[in-house]
Design a protein around this ligand. Structure first.
Ligand SMILES: NC(=O)c1ccc[n+]([C@@H]2O[C@H](COP(=O)([O-])OP(=O)(O)OC[C@H]3O[C@@H](n4cnc5c(N)ncnc54)[C@H](OP(=O)(O)O)[C@@H]3O)[C@@H](O)[C@H]2O)c1
Length: 261
């Protein structure tokens, strides 16, 4: 049996990190990376309890806990942050990673379906991170915590999402929210940043990457590939650290030069 490393003295030792949507994909890679740096992880999930348990079990260190919540529901968001606070303290780090992707092409969708999808995308991808930031930032200020809030945005916010306009709009709003909160929370030494990835090789992207458009999606980057979840996690680790305070307000592209602003 392989021994799990015990990072009792990493740069994030003693800190609690709430990572939303860490049952799989990018969130899981972020949870793993922050745990290796010593953080205790609040592993949040929605429907995939088994996967979330597997994430928590695989994490280095100890003191990690599981928290289910549908982030589309305001009361569940409140309950999530209350539970993390009472069970684990902090949170010192909030990673707003959970997200929903739905194709909602304007001219091909019935109005009611399109509107419902658009509302769901804004709710889960923008209102939920905003509400969680509100709740966690208040706890950070009350606790005198010089915290970090990291939002996982998207390249689609800049490049446009013709087939998923609700997704693009929500991510664009998330980037703007990042900048507003960086200004509002700077005096409290809470740094707020966003990462804007292009395609990342996760289950969310699988159907697209393995479908007929796959080769052209890979060719968007001169590297001829998409990002690995671990690459997003490595940047998240930097943004979660002490040295990233001055990065506050940054929306950082991580897209393999597939779209240069
Ligand atoms: N993959 C890409 O190409 C890509 C590119 C740019 C940006 N991003 C962003 O990166 C983030 C992670 O993406 P991913 O590819 O890792 O996605 P993923 O594999 O589909 O995982 C999504 C995560 O979000 C959670 N989630 C979804 N809806 C939720 C809800 N209503 N309430 C609570 N949790 C919910 C899921 O929980 P359960 O599994 O437990 O249901 C899951 O843990 C997202 O914000 C996404 O927009 C991804």
């Amino acid at each position: 049996m392989t021994q799990k490393p015990e990072p009792s003295t990493g740069p994030l030792a003693g800190k609690t990190a709430l990572v939303t949507g860490s049952s799989r994909g990018i969130g899981r890679a972020i949870a793993e990376r922050l745990a290796r740096a010593g953080a205790r992880i609040a592993v949040h999930y929605h429907t995939r309890a088994e996967d979330a348990r597997a994430t928590a079990t695989a994490l280095a260190g100890s003191g990690h806990r599981l928290f289910p919540a549908d982030l589309g529901q305001a009361e569940e968001r409140r309950r999530l942050v209350r539970s993390v606070l009472s069970d684990m303290g902090g949170p010192h780090i909030l990673v707003n990673n959970a997200g929903l992707y739905r194709l909602t092409p304007l001219l091909e969708s019935p109005e009611t379906v399109w509107l419902k999808d658009f509302e769901d995308l804004l709710n889960v991808n923008l209102i939920a991170p905003a509400h969680l930031a509100f709740l966690c930032a208040r706890a950070m200020v009350e606790g005198g915590i010089h915290g970090r809030i990291i939002n996982i945005g998207s390249r689609g916010a800049f490049r446009g999402e013709p087939e998923a306009p609700g997704y693009g709009a929500a991510k664009s709003g998330l980037h703007a929210l990042t900048q507003s909160l960086a200004l509002a929370l700077g005096p409290h030494h809470i740094a707020v940043t966003a990462i804007a990835p292009g395609w990342v090789g996760t289950d969310m992207a699988k159907a697209h990457l393995e479908g007929p458009r796959g080769p052209s999606l890979l060719a968007q980057s001169p590297l001829g590939r998409v990002a690995r979840p671990e690459e997003v996690a490595a940047l998240t680790l930097y943004l979660a650290g002490e040295e990233a305070e001055y990065a506050t307000g940054a929306v950082i592209d991580l897209n393999g030069a597939s779209y240069l602003r």
